[in-house]
Structure formats: C-alpha cells, structure tokens
Design a protein around this ligand. Structure first.
Ligand code: SAM
Length: 290
C-alpha cells in the first residue's frame, strides 16, 4: 500500500515525487493529522455495508481511511493533475472509484445509481474546498439525495452559522436552510496547523444528520425559503420592514393584520424566529396570496 498519506512527512514526499503545486483557487489544503482524520471518519458512523461520497479527495488522505471503513467509496476531484496520483495511492483499494469532475456540475442522482446501488446508506465525508462550501452543501440538500450524514470540514464561522440557534447574530438563512433538512452538531474545531498549506481561516468539523422528513411541514418549500430570505434581507431592520419590502408598501396594513393574527410581533427581527415560526409565517402568507 501507499502507507498513511495524512502525515506531514508522507504528504511532502508525495507532493515532491509528483512535482505537485497547490492551487489556492481550488481550495487545496491537505490534511496531515491522523487524529483529525479519525475524528472525521468516526463521526460518519460508516460500516461495511455503507457508501461514502467524498468531495475533493486531494492526494487521498481521507479517501484511504474511508476505504477501510465503508463498503464503497466514490470521490469526486476537479483537479486533473490529482487523478493519476490518486490512482497510484489508492491502487490497493478496490472499493474506491475516483470520478474526475466538478461536484457542482455532476449529476449526483446518476452517480448515486452507478456507485451506491445496494448500499445500506450513504454519507458524504469531506474536507471541503472552502470557496464553494455553501453551494456544495445546498446542492446536496436540495437534490434530496438519500443521505444519512454529511460530515465535513469547513470554515469554523460557517459551521457556527449552520448550527446557530435563533436569537444570536450567527443565525440566518443558512441556519434555517441547513436545519430544515438536517440536525447539525459541531464535532470539533481544528487549528490551521493540521493542513498543508495552512489556510488563513479557522476550521471545524460539522456533522449534519439528514432528517427523514424536513423539520417543519410547509405547503410550498420554495415559498418558505423566499419568505426566510426576505425576513433576513436587511439584518438591522424589523420583520415588518423586511416583509413590507417583499409584499409591497400598499399592502402594509394587511401584513400588520396577518402578523397579529398569527401572534408574531412585527417589531421582532428575522434572526429571532424559529423554524416553526417561519413555517407558520410562510403558510399564512401563502394563504394571503403572497
Ligand atoms: N481531501 C483532501 C484532504 O483532506 O487532504 C483534500 C481537501 S482540499 C481542502 C479540497 C479538494 O477539493 C482539493 O483536492 C480540490 O482540488 C478539490 N476541489 C475543489 N473544488 C472542487 C469541485 N468543484 N469539485 C470537486 N473537487 C473540488
């Protein structure tokens, strides 16, 4: 085998051997700490019958760990230069398939059919490229793929926003979107020193356990998210002012009456509303024709 890739020594050797140069624009920060790799893999609760989808395998530090725990691993890597390196490193791992492509463009439903048919459950496990964290996670959630857990290393600040409870300054439309589909849990925070090269931001591992059904029941999901977006449009403004901009000034009185009827104080800010309250608000607004 290739030996443990996720150590400073081995990673430097591989980079030297292949003459690999990091592309900052692709968010290439490779993990070189075995303990952190274990924390990530353990959080994913993999077993012999399960599948693991990795996004951005790099030189395979996490991939080789996943291959030992999961029945099947598929890893999507955008950087063509890494494909032959991964082929060498993972040559002794027959349960791994490397897919060359951009995760944002790939048809994931088809990839699931091709790679994970027969798996008991599939989880996403990745050290994500930070420049596209939110688009990747929103794609995974909105496509309603049959996922169990999403365990990802991301920027610490983004992890905190995903897990934030109503009332704090971290709580926003990202918190609502993530919590609508998943139950978030911060696994650990991670210092810069566990990566080559070191990123300029702090990192954290977050575990998103995908719910069997969304946290709240809404008649129209798209509408729900439009109301949430509108409520957070200008964070310093009240719910009333943000929603007035959404429904139009001429219907301000109707809006006041609606908020009174559902018992939501118009002077509150969007960041204080729970998912249940957003669901109630969006359902009532939809009934009112908004
Ligand atoms: N998993 C490796 C590790 O932990 O050492 C590398 C993680 S590195 C933070 C992110 C990886 O994602 C890089 O290998 C990068 O080339 C890849 N990547 C960046 N954008 C991508 C995209 N849109 N689709 C697929 N992979 C991407």
């Amino acid at each position: 085998g290739a030996g443990e890739v996720g150590t400073p020594k081995r990673t430097k050797e591989i980079i030297g051997k292949y003459g690999f140069s990091f592309k900052k624009s692709l968010g290439q920060n490779f993990l070189i700490d075995g303990n952190i790799l274990s924390r990530i893999v353990d959080a994913a609760e993999l077993g012999g019958g399960t599948g693991a989808l990795e996004i951005g395998p790099g030189i395979g530090a996490l991939t080789q760990r996943l291959a030992e725990k999961a029945g099947k691993v598929a890893a999507i890597e955008i950087d063509q230069r890494l494909i032959p390196i991964l082929g060498d490193i993972l040559a002794d791992k027959p349960n791994v398939t490397i897919v060359h492509g951009d995760v944002l463009k790939i048809d994931l439903k088809e990839l699931f059919r091709e790679q994970f048919t027969g798996c008991e459950g599939v989880s996403v496990v990745a050290n994500l490229p930070y420049y596209v964290t939110t688009p990747i996670l929103m794609k995974l959630l909105e496509e309603k793929l049959p996922l169990r857990h999403i365990v990802v290393m991301i920027q610490k600040e983004v992890a905190e926003r995903m897990a934030a409870k109503p009332g704090g300054k971290e709580y926003g439309s990202l918190s609502v979107a993530v919590q609508y589909y998943c139950e978030p849990k911060l696994v650990c925070t991670v210092p810069h020193t566990v990566f080559i090269p070191q990123p300029n931001v702090d990192s954290a591992v977050i575990k998103l356990s995908v719910r069997d059904k969304p946290a709240v029941d809404v008649p129209d999901e798209e509408h729900f998210f439009r109301v949430v977006q509108a409520s957070f449009a200008q964070r310093r403004k009240t719910l009333m002012n943000n929603l007035t901009a959404f429904v139009g000034k001429e219907r301000r009185e109707e809006l006041t009456a609606l908020l009174a009827r559902i018992g939501i104080d118009p002077g509150r800010r969007g960041e204080t509303l729970s998912l249940d309250e957003f669901a109630l608000l969006s359902t009532s607004m939809l009934e009112a024709g908004w």
